[in-house]
Design a protein around this ligand. Structure first.
Ligand code: GRF
Length: 213
C-alpha cells in the first residue's frame, strides 16, 4: 500500500526567504510531500511571486476586514482555505498574525514556526535589537511547534550565532537568517516525513550566555 504524501502549506506575510529556502530544499531533495499552498494575509507579499514562479498555488486572505475583534473569524477563514486544499501541515514563515485557538486546535501538533531568537528569550518583535540591548554574547533562531501562546510552543531545534563587536540589528539579523535557512528546511523535512522525534529530540531550552554587564 502506498502512503499518502502529506500536504503542506506555507504561510507568509513578506519577502518569504524562509519559504524559498524550504521550497528549494524540497525540490533538490525530492521530499515526500506536496506543497499544496502558499497563503498570505497580504497581496503585496513578495514571497507570493517567488511561490508562483515555483509553480505553487497561492492564496490571500486579507486580515484587515476582520479587525481585532473578529480575530477568531479570520482564523476560521484561514482554516477553511487550508482545509479546502486538504492541508496536513502548516509552516509559518514570517506570517505576522497571532493565531488563536481556532487555528491552533484545527492543526494541533502540525504547525511549525521559526522565530529569530533563542526562545524562551525574546518572544515577539525586535528580537535582534533586544539581544543587543541585553548585552548577550550569542543569539540565534528557534523552530517550535505552535500553540495558542505567543512564540511559546514546544521547542524542536535551535541554531546559535555569536554576537560580534559592532553588530547592529541588521548585521545580526543577516547572520541569524543564514542559520534560519539551514535549520528550518531540515526541521520541516523531518516533520513532514514523520521523523521529528528521532531527528530533533526535545530541546532542554538552553539559555544563551550573557555578558557581565
Ligand atoms: C524571519 O526572521 C523569521 O524568523 C521570522 O520572520 C522572518 C521572516 O523572514 N518569523 P522571511 O519572510 O522568511 O524572509
Amino acid at each position: 500500500m502506498t502512503r499518502k504524501e502529506p500536504r503542506v502549506a506555507i504561510l507568509i506575510s513578506g519577502r518569504g526567504s524562509n519559504m524559498t529556502a524550504i521550497l528549494d530544499a524540497a525540490q533538490r531533495g525530492q521530499w515526500p510531500c506536496t506543497f499544496a499552498l502558499v497563503l498570505s494575509n497580504k497581496e503585496s507579499a513578495a514571497g507570493l511571486v517567488s511561490a508562483r514562479e515555483r509553480g505553487i498555488s497561492t492564496a490571500v486572505v486579507d486580515h484587515r476586514p476582520y479587525g481585532r475583534a473578529r480575530r477568531a473569524e479570520y482564523d476560521a477563514a484561514l482554516v477553511a482555505v487550508l482545509q479546502e486544499h486538504r492541508v496536513d501541515w502548516v509552516v509559518l514563515a514570517g506570517f505576522m498574525r497571532i493565531l488563536s485557538s481556532v487555528f491552533t486546535e484545527a492543526f494541533s501538533g502540525r504547525i511549525l514556526n521559526i522565530h529569530p531568537s533563542l526562545l524562551p528569550l525574546y518572544p515577539g518583535l525586535h528580537t535582534h535589537q533586544r539581544a543587543l540591548d541585553a548585552g548577550d554574547l550569542e543569539h540565534g533562531c528557534t523552530v517550535h511547534l505552535v500553540d495558542a501562546s505567543l512564540d511559546g510552543g514546544p521547542i524542536l531545534a535551535q541554531a546559535r550565532v555569536p554576537i560580534l563587536p559592532g553588530d547592529t540589528a541588521d548585521t545580526l539579523s543577516d547572520r541569524v537568517l543564514v542559520q534560519e535557512h539551514r535549520l528550518y528546511p531540515a526541521v520541516v523535512r523531518a516533520a513532514v516525513g514523520g521523523d521529528l522525534a528521532r531527528a530533533f529530540p526535545a530541546s532542554t531550552q538552553p539559555q544563551p550566555a550573557r555578558s557581565a554587564r
